[in-house]
Design a protein. Structure first.
Length: 156
């Protein structure tokens, strides 16, 4: 499959996203380069992209993190926290806590103009302002609420 081509019947597209949070509960967000196709110049979650043929979700998320942020991430013992289905495939979300020093990241990169830490309130406000990719707000709220957790139940 080549980018931009239509999917064949019964073919599915694997997309991955990595949402990196710090100990204060802020998410690392990125501003896409102005020349990127799809959402140019918009702010987005930490990392996102398509898997390449033969890649696992973890491998794709590790590669995309390196490409977009210049950060080496190991997801060897991690499964996605959430999978969201869409018409032509599914999107695996990894929610991680890492205290990354953003001034040590090689910004800008070919794909990312800049990064910053943002609270849930800031991200939701950015969606209202039209400068953040318009994810469903409740989905982003869920990411903030589920960071550092796994499963659908709270512990007793």
């Amino acid at each position: 499959m080549q980018r931009g081509n239509l999917f064949e019947a019964n073919s599915y597209h694997l997309v991955v996203h990595v949402c990196i949070f710090n100990e204060r509960g802020e998410m690392l967000i990125q501003q896409r380069q102005a020349d990127k196709s799809g959402w140019p110049g918009m702010w987005d979650v930490s990392v996102g992209g398509s898997a390449l043929a033969g890649e696992t979700s973890q491998e794709a998320a590790e590669r995309e993190t390196k490409e977009e942020l210049g950060y080496t991430l190991s997801l060897k013992n991690h499964r996605p926290c959430l999978t969201v289905n869409f018409e032509a495939g599914f999107d695996d979300y990894f929610l991680l806590e890492k205290n990354i020093q953003i001034d040590s990241l090689p910004m800008p990169t070919e794909e990312v103009n800049q990064v910053k830490w943002a609270s849930k309130h800031e991200v939701l406000s950015m969606i209202d302002e039209g400068v953040f990719i318009p994810y469903h707000k409740n989905l982003l709220k869920l990411f903030y609420d589920m960071r550092g957790l796994i499963g659908a139940h709270t512990k007793r």
